[in-house]
Design a protein around this ligand. Structure first.
Ligand code: CUK
Ligand code: CUA
Length: 696
């Protein structure tokens, strides 16, 4: 902990510097950006104190991390609020970054700053108003991505109780996912043999811009896939492997009716990535992928310049927005961060469909790829398929306001958010003219959510805050103004996404918000060097009371985004409907053991409390065995499984479910199959003896 007695002097010095710089900033950044955006001069040094700005950024994050102690620590950064309005541009970013770094030296001085904002732990909110008593149900389902666990977590809100996990890109034994024929085949065929994934953006399907409770879609950033989760059974039912890209990062939909699911390509790679152009980065490309939600087939891709990152769909079905970084198309960090501007790309979906239907595409890896790069002929004329809106460098999150009027991109390496007028996109000659607001939010703005009352809530990764602001006020205000900010609250610590209840629909509920914080540091009992993350729940329903912190929830690494859906919009099944799967149910009395030939056996069996239909099964060494098994229970929540450890099998069986698996009985011996779900008083006795007789 360091206390710098000169810190406040430093602050006033820096403030003066900002005043000077704002006055003489040269409005020429070489990207055709309007002068009132006041980018820095071309000759502006890219190195400060011998370091690139990204290194400075890293240092500040570390400073904040190492000095933060207790709940008030990040309040130490609040003096940056007192800085005068900053013009937007790299130079200002660097200076502002330096200010934050210096301020972090104050982090130990909680006595100076702690009173600025009360401790929430004694508030009415924390003392029970938002409690969900034992036996009571939550108001909302929260679907959180699991990051590089490859799964989805289902959390009740406001209790923050974890209700279920849905494996998506990884085999998982408790749910038998990746153990039965159907799910293991899906993982193998659509996974190129990969055994993990990296889920970031879970989005629930919508009809008429509201959740319809049918599906949840989620990306795989690791291996370039999109998955669909059936929200009747809370189970992954389809995965699509996306060619011509490495990672699928942003995942979102064409609205209002989920006509398409979009995967936003991130890492640039040769297309196809088959060994050509390996060391020729100019030939690498990045694609937006459109997927049919019903069939999960890929309809088309659009190649663009630069990397993409996150995405969101307009409410009216025409526009889709993706942020991006690396407009430089570099392959190293320093190459990727040279330019002062990157782009929000606005995809004109009907215009892309026209191009596809007119045959204006190249087929690559079996997919029609439309050229949406800046120089493409499809971007000439009065209906370009992709409009490139230059924003301050490396915008990260983008989300469309509930009224459908604006797409708001969060600056990441710039302290502003950029408000883009969606209607104007189609009308203006220069896409820059569609930028109608650029409020100063704080350091490291990453993602923005909405309450349906005209407020945007943006996370600031470096400042560790959730910042509440009025987006219409931001349209009225000058670029760089802090005036639209109406409230801010510390989070603990370094938030990525945040999500408000039903924020992605046209009518957010406006009561709860979760900040998904990447670091938890000192908030929980220590559990070794890998810390949990911290998902913090806020009540945002009372604009007078401001942001009320209700609870901290430790979170296994690592949720990125979430969708929060009212409980009335999800209708989960209690038991399986046998019409909802393709294989045949095995009723009591229909069990069979059939030897097809010398080395092929088919077993159809059932499970119920406390037995399998066969107390024993005799096989010959080398038999290829196909086993189909139904749980014949009709009572909800009576779950069985059939675990055959020798063959690495554990099929979970919900009531009325049927699963199938094929294995080779390649070792002679006695192997007990057992039920792994504790189902009854005689659960331990629920077993079947598998005798594998040695080959003579
Ligand atoms: S990303 Cu992780 S914090 Cu993949 Cu939406 Cu921004
Ligand atoms: Cu069935 Cu335990």
């Amino acid at each position: 902990m360091t206390t710098d007695p000169n810190a406040s002097d430093e602050r006033s010095t820096r403030t003066d510097e900002h005043d000077e710089r704002s006055a003489d900033a040269t409005p020429d950044d070489g990207t055709g950006t309007p002068a009132d955006d006041a980018g820095p001069a071309d000759d502006e040094p890219e190195i400060v104190d011998g370091r690139t700005i990204e290194h400075l950024l890293t240092d500040h994050e570390r400073d904040i991390a190492s000095t933060a102690e207790g709940t008030d620590a990040t309040a130490a950064k609040r003096p940056t609020l007192d800085l005068p309005r900053l013009e937007l541009g790299r130079r200002d970013f660097m200076k502002a970054g330096a200010a934050v770094g210096a301020m972090s030296g104050l982090a130990g001085c909680t006595s100076i700053l702690a009173d600025e904002e009360g401790d929430d732990s004694g508030s009415a909110a924390a003392s029970g108003e938002h409690k969900v008593a034992p036996g009571e149900h939550d108001e909302y389902y929260g679907f959180l991505s699991g990051g590089h666990t490859g799964e989805i977590r289902v959390v009740g809100i406001p209790s923050m109780r974890e209700l279920m996990r849905i494996p998506v890109f990884q085999a998982e034994s408790a749910r038998g996912y990746g153990h039965d024929a159907k799910t293991s085949q899906m993982l193998e065929e659509e996974g190129d043999g990969h055994v993990w994934g990296d889920t970031h953006h879970p989005r629930v399907s919508q009809t008429d811009n509201d959740y319809d409770g049918r599906w949840l879609f989620v990306n795989d950033k690791a291996n370039g896939r999109m998955a669909r989760v059936d929200l009747e059974y809370f189970e992954t039912d389809a995965i699509t492997n996306v060619p011509n890209c490495q990672g699928v990062h942003g995942a979102c939909m064409q609205l209002p009716d989920t006509q398409l699911v979009f995967g936003v390509g991130e890492f640039r790679v040769p297309m196809p990535n088959d060994g050509r152009d390996v060391d020729d980065p100019d030939e690498y490309g990045s694609v937006l992928t459109a997927i049919d939600p019903e069939t999960m087939d890929i309809e088309w891709q659009v190649e663009v310049d630069g990397n993409m990152d996150n995405g969101d769909g307009g409410k009216e079905g025409r526009w889709f927005f993706a942020t991006g970084y690396n407009s430089e198309e570099g392959v190293t960090e320093s190459e990727m961060t040279q330019a002062d501007r990157d782009y929000v790309k606005a995809f004109d979906i009907p215009a892309i469909w026209d191009a596809v239907e007119n045959g204006e595409y190249e087929e690559i890896s079996g997919v029609p790829v439309v050229d949406g790069t800046m120089d493409s002929s499809l971007n000439e004329g009065d209906r370009p398929i992709v409009r490139y809106v230059a924003t301050p460098k490396s915008p990260h999150g983008v989300s469309v306001t509930p009224d459908g009027n604006y797409a708001i991109a969060s600056g990441k390496l710039d302290p502003s958010c950029t408000v883009i007028d969606i209607e104007a996109i189609a009308e203006v000659d220069d896409p820059q003219e569609a930028i109608v607001g650029q409020p100063r939010i704080g350091m490291g703005p990453l993602h923005t959510a909405y309450d349906g009352r005209g407020h945007a809530y943006t996370t600031t990764f470096i400042d560790s805050e959730v910042v509440k602001w009025d987006y219409e006020a931001a349209v009225e205000a000058e670029a760089g103004s802090e005036e639209p900010v109406v409230d801010r609250h510390d989070v603990h610590y370094n938030p990525g996404h945040l999500i408000a209840a039903e924020s992605y629909t046209a009518s957010p509920q406006g009561d709860y918000l979760i900040s998904l914080n990447k670091l938890s540091k000192d908030r929980f009992l220590p559990v070794g060097p890998i810390h949990p993350e911290n998902d913090q729940l806020f009540h945002i329903g009372d604009d007078d009371a401001g942001l009320e912190l209700i609870k901290d929830k430790p979170s296994y690494p690592e949720p990125h985004d979430a969708s929060v859906v009212h409980k009335d919009k999800i209708d989960p099944a209690k038991t399986w409907d046998t019409d909802d799967y393709e294989i045949d149910y095995v009723a009591e009395g229909e069990e069979s053991f059939e030897r097809i030939d010398d080395s092929t056996v088919e077993i159809e069996m059932w499970a119920r409390r406390n037995e399998f239909s066969f107390p024993e099964v005799t096989l010959q060494e080398g038999d290829e065995v196909t086993l189909r098994i139904s749980n014949v229970e009709t009572t909800s929540d009576v779950i069985h499984s059939i675990a055959i450890p020798e063959y690495d099998i554990n099929l979970a069986l919900a009531p009325q479910d049927t699963r199938e698996v094929t294995f080779t009985a390649d070792e002679p011996g006695v192997f007990w199959a057992y039920c792994a779900y504790f189902c009854s008083a005689l659960h331990l006795e629920m077993r079947s003896r598998i005798l594998v007789e040695p080959d003579e």
